[in-house]
Write a protein that binds this ligand. Sequence first.
Ligand SMILES: *[C@@H]1O[C@H](CO)[C@@H](O)[C@H](O)[C@H]1NC(C)=O
Length: 425
Amino acid sequence: MGFSSSAFLGLIAILVATLGPAVVHMIKVGGPFLTPKSTVLGVGQGPIIIEDTVHCEDVHYYRPANLLFTACEDVKETRFDWFPALAHFDAKAAGRGSIHVVDPKTFKSTRLTLENFNGPFVTHGIDVIPDPEHPAAVYIFAVNHLPNPESTPDSPSIPTARSQIELFHHVLHSTSAQHVRSIRHPLIQTPNDIYADSPTSFYVTNDHFYRAGLMRLVEDVWPSAKWTNIIHIQLQQLHNVADETAHLTASIAHSGLWNNNGLGHARSESEVVIASTMGGELCLATRFENNTLSVHDTIVFDTVTDNPSYYVDPYASDGEDASGFVVAGVSQGFYLPQTGRDPDALEAVQVWYAKEKRKEEVGASTGGWEKRLLFEDDGRRIRSASAAVLVPVEQREGDGSEGKKAWLFVTGFLSESMIAVLVDL
Ligand SMILES: *[C@@H]1O[C@H](CO)[C@@H](O)[C@H](O)[C@H]1NC(C)=O
């Protein structure tokens, strides 16, 4: 740490005394004093380790085909040297990751062959949406953190990374994806996650204002550093676009959140869930026709909130709806600047689930969220966690609400494998 722990505790005491609840919450989220715990799993609850899922930051459940999609680094070494999302800029030898499809019935991962696509692929957030013209196909949007060819050691003002978005087309149950085009714009600076509403329209978060250095650290710990934004991109042309910057327009869809990070589809077509990561919050926003976003509700957690997903309970009935938001995060983000550099370190994790309280439970007007810890680990079964999704287990007649179970798939930006554990909802 560089300073003594008593001085550190003294500093925290002063901050708590002067700034109060916001700092108490910040300390809970950062977790410096947390003792990591591990959920005890019963017989048949896993964890099932998904082979060949190395450093997959994001995972999506594509309900229409009962398949999971993820984007991985694929090797264990490269991310510790080059991963702009953790401010790792040591090597310019960026990795060549890939998109994987995971079958939640067999727990097997298949790497897709990326056709018409060469060069590095440093993966991060993705989104997967149906192809409106071909029901058996999807479009996959994926962040790619490329090195900037214009950056040199003598040009500190030129950013080291030049991240862009890749768009792929994939026919379900095939083993390949076709690269459609790349997308680059000056407003996309530190892209993290994507929410697509059509093949030609999507949102992308910039997770930091500063790419590196002390100010980036300040941005991570200071609750008033509400400097991040979300960009909307409209594509005018999908095919035969050789220039990444051509045939597109960009605009700011939202700004003023602290560390906006993961994006997810939510309860309706027009609702977007945005994670304010170090704020430990999920912000529910409305997507307007003019491509701006407006936050209308917030769910507060005491842990880092990374990529959110929304679970739709296929067995929902009146009063027995297990639909809810799922969010994973590291539980001691405070230590990430050190552990994130260390191939042998561990990051403890927590996965939370938030279900809307029934109106009759809380009185007609208030609503609110019932939050539950679904899974936690000290880092030995899964190192780091940045995304989690629930896949329903078939419910038999008469199971009632007691019988609702789902497989929880958890993945992390530094996890050697995605895991699946069986949970009760
Ligand atoms: C976008 O539309 C919403 C809802 O109609 C409106 O409140 C907002 O001011 C509009 N924003 C811009 C930038 O036009």
